[in-house]
Ligand binder design. Structure first.
Ligand code: PEP
Ligand code: MN
Length: 361
């Protein structure tokens, strides 16, 4: 295959039987747990009009001892779903053995998970195992870390293996600290992917981004509003009893309601541009607030140290040095100096307030 093929060559996805459907909806449980749970969920999703069924059978878990999937025997359950409902079926592959087993079982869509797409050796092994299997559809989730190049590299390895039915799935990025979502969306990264691969199908996985079922609908709407081509949503016939990702799975009935509420808007360039810019503003504010919270927690740590060592809360020399350093830094970043001063003063004032509170405790 031509190694110089670029992302711009990647054409919109057409999953056999699902051609031209917008938005594409892939739904199903995080994990296939039993044959009954798999088939019960699939039947309900089929009745909703869902055309692609997902279920993980090999589950990459961060810690040992969790539910690691039912393994190969789940393939027969996916085959049963396909036979009975005519939905296309999708599962996650992480190794060459998984690729061989899924290809042998006639699974239509293979997705590569975030922990695997972060590993170029694993990606190359998978790409090599896919050579000559142009019939299969491959979706590459973003790597766990927010590194666009790593995601692009993973996509290109599959593309260079001759896979033309290729798409990407945005599932957010792992991040330390407390955030409202399980994964940080960092929307600018899939937006940049869209710029580099304008025709490639890019789906959004609101379930793994949000981590809670209440976020599935608002995140799905953001995804549709920002030009994603479809959604991968975790859906379980009895989510509270799910063996993995219980909190983020919705029932098929709930999915039906979500899909009914979603507004599919026109893709007029002017509208899209405005939505993208506002999304970037939201992202910035989200980051700003997280940084402010972190700064206040460091301030409190310093406050405890000052209290233990009988030091004053306000140290004028340090304050003077800090303000003038920040003004210079703000200047070189093109920020108005009055604005920088007001922001830094407000932050410092809140730091002092937090430390005084500790002193008075
Ligand atoms: C999944 O889709 O169930 C999964 C494990 O996803 P991710 O690789 O995005 O964590
Ligand atoms: Mn999951």
């Amino acid at each position: 295959m031509n190694a110089s093929m670029t992302l711009q060559d990647i054409q919109p996805l057409s999953i056999p039987g699902v051609e031209g459907t917008t938005p594409i909806v892939i739904a199903g449980p995080c994990s296939a747990e039993t044959e009954k749970q798999t088939l019960d969920t699939a039947r309900e999703l089929c009745a909703l009009g869902v055309k692609v069924f997902r279920a993980g059978i090999w589950k990459p878990r961060t810690m040992p001892g969790g539910f690691e999937g039912v393994g190969d025997r789940g393939l027969a359950w996916l085959q049963a779903v396909k036979r009975e409902t005519s939905m296309a079926v999708a599962t996650e592959v992480a190794t060459v053995e998984h690729v061989r087993a899924t290809l042998g079982a006639g699974i239509d869509v293979l997705w590569i998970g975030a922990r695997t797409s972060a590993n170029p050796f694993a990606m190359q092994d998978i790409a090599d195992a896919l050579q000559g299997h142009e019939e299969v559809t491959v979706l590459v989730k973003n790597p766990v870390n927010p590194d666009l190049d790593l995601w692009l590299g993973a996509l290109l390895r599959i593309h260079h293996a001759g896979i033309t039915r290729l798409g990407a799935v945005h599932r957010g990025f792992s991040s330390a600290g407390d955030h409202i979502y399980r994964n940080d969306p960092q929307w600018h990264i899939p937006f940049e992917l869209r710029r580099l691969a304008p025709l490639m199908t890019i789906l959004c996985d609101p379930s793994h981004i949000g981590g809670k079922r209440k976020y599935v609908e608002p995140l799905s709407q953001i995804a549709l509003d920002t030009g994603f081509d479809g959604l991968m949503i975790e859906c379980h016939c009895d989510p509270d009893k799910a063996l993995s990702d219980s909190a983020q799975q919705v029932t098929p009935a709930e999915l039906g309601k979500i899909l009914g509420h979603l507004v599919v808007r026109s893709g007029l360039p002017v509208d899209d541009e405005l939505v993208l810019l506002r999304q970037q503003i939201d992202d910035c504010d989200h980051e700003l607030l997280a940084v402010l919270a972190r700064r206040m927690s460091v301030s409190r740590e310093i406050g405890r140290f000052k209290k233990a060592n009988n030091l004053r809360v306000v140290q004028p020399q340090r304050y003077q040095e800090m303000i003038s350093a920040r003004l210079n830094e703000g200047d070189s970043l093109g920020l108005d100096s009055d604005f920088t001063q007001r922001v830094m003063q407000a932050i410092h004032e809140e730091s002092v307030r937090q430390q005084l509170k500790l002193f008075n405790d």
